[in-house]
Design a protein around this ligand. Structure first.
Ligand code: EPU
Length: 431
């Protein structure tokens, strides 16, 4: 049985969409609960499969996880009894690497399966390891596991200068350093909103972390974290994805529950492309009536244009007036979706980290594949803008990071539905 999204394109979007909690904050904050002695109430949790997997992993480790309501969970890791992270669950997601920092910080010992996640070319974890080693750990990889151990049981502080700006290593070192014996300093740290959110979560539970959001983060180790309540920030990339969807399909949508400051890098580019964006206190109004202008886009660490929006903006530039140049500044290979956009008539040439997009007047619907999470979002955007029917398979990738995408887009007038196909036959339609 195969589930796909089916989109009849060419319908402008009108109404409002409410943004969920940030995936890349949630997937670090949930493992961070391992460091807390007591109950953490986490609010604004997105309902996505990466989050369910991490909650399941914590439960397998012995955490008590109680669903309070649709977006709130209570997690109590006071009585962790098992430290074997289930292999099959952990290797499905990238964020399982945060279990290393969290378990090392709490127990001085971690064995975690090497992470999975989107295939974006090589995704080494050498900077995470460099950080753990600087903090006194012995680390090696064997039998598919990252094995990290502190000989005397408690992480010592350490000084780490990251060779490149990495979100994952910055947050993992922060996790390992929270309960350390001394001070940890991360230089050339990532400044993404979710880095700040993790620091705020940990500080609200009693940690002493300074400088998150700048390129030097100082973590003074504390003896214990106590329970508390924390609400995750809204998802910058989910909001940016719907902004791009309005740009591509046309119309006017109020995107609610956002932090407009986090969206500035996306807003600035859309405005350059001829889209109207009005910033309100906790919402942005996005409107596109005329043509899309060509633009050059280079992805960079925050506050630059995010790599996680690269494919979605590419889908919009496919129908821009003129030729655009897209440069991927973070990952080796993030253009696997280009072949799928070509099926819809897009004119794109890729050479290494650069894609040249020659705008055409309209895309045409086609059967396409979501090869990763953001690539899948790009297919949805292209499908909304295209003439005719687009069917997208591989939607489990999209569900890893977008809560109720079909419902949110249907709510603003998109003709998108989930269909289930068995043995090549269309079987049922789900709203
Ligand atoms: N890098 C290394 N060594 C390391 C770590 C990173 O060489 O030890 C390199 C990477 O290969 C990449 C660059 O440094 O070229 C940046 O990688 P980063 O560590 O920032 O990425 P990540 O932790 O693997 C997270 C998000 C990604 C997002 C990137 C960049 C999670 C679970 N994943 O990945 O999210 O693209 O940061 O912002 O938080 C997504 O949401 O679609 C997604 C892929």
């Amino acid at each position: 049985m195969l589930t796909k999204y089916q989109i009849q394109g060419g319908k402008p979007l009108h109404g409002s969409i409410t943004i969920s909690g940030a995936k890349n904050a949630a997937v670090a904050i949930i493992p961070a609960a391992l460091l807390v002695d007591g109950v953490c109430r986490i609010e604004n949790i997105p309902q996505i499969s990466d989050v369910s997997l991490l909650l399941q992993i914590l439960q397998e480790l012995g955490a008590e996880v109680r669903t309070v309501n649709r977006t709130t969970v209570d997690i109590d890791c006071s009585h962790i009894r098992n430290r074997q992270v289930p292999y099959d669950l952990a290797r499905k997601i990238r964020a399982s690497y945060y279990l290393v920092g969290a378990l090392l910080g709490r127990f001085g010992w971690a064995e975690v399966p090497l992470p999975g996640g989107c295939d974006l070319g090589g995704r080494p974890i050498d900077q995470h390891v460099k950080g753990f080693v600087a903090m006194g750990a012995e680390v090696d990889v064997r039998n598919g596991l990252i094995c990290a151990k502190i000989p005397n049981g408690r992480v010592a502080g350490g000084q780490v200068y990251l060779d490149m700006v990495t979100v994952g290593a910055t947050m993992n070192i922060m996790l390992a350093g929270t309960l350390a014996e001394g001070m940890t300093v991360i230089e050339n740290a990532a400044k993404e909103p979710h880095v700040v959110d993790l620091a705020n979560f940990l500080n609200s539970m009693g940690a002493n972390i300074m400088g998150a959001g700048t390129d030097v983060i100082k973590i003074r180790g504390v003896k214990r974290l106590r329970g508390g309540c924390y609400s995750i920030i809204p998802d910058q990339i989910e909001a940016g994805t719907y902004m791009a969807a309005v740009a591509a399909a046309g119309g006017e949508v109020l995107i609610q529950n956002v932090i407009p400051k986090h969206l500035e890098c996306i807003t600035a580019k859309l405005v350059e492309m001829g889209v109207e964006v009005e910033e309100l206190d906790d919402a942005v109004r996005v409107k596109r009536t005329g043509m899309i202008n060509r633009a050059n886009v280079k992805t960079m660490p925050y506050p630059g244009f995010p790599t996680d929006m690269q494919s979605q903006i590419a889908a919009v530039l496919c129908i821009a007036a003129g030729t655009s140049v897209l440069t991927e500044g973070i990952f080796d290979s993030r253009y696997r979706y280009v072949d799928e956009l070509r099926r819809m008539g897009a004119h794109i040439q890729v050479d290494g980290k650069v894609a040249v997009i020659e705008g055409i007047s309209s895309l045409t619907g086609a059967p396409v594949h979501a090869c990763d999470l953001r690539a899948g979002a790009a297919m949805v955007i292209a499908g909304l803008a295209a003439q005719g029917t687009t069917e997208i398979d591989g939607i489990h990738h999209i569900e890893r990071g977008y809560e109720n995408l079909v419902g949110k887009l249907s709510g603003v007038g998109a003709d998108i539905r989930e269909i289930t196909v068995e043995d090549g036959e269309l079987q049922t339609h789900v709203g």
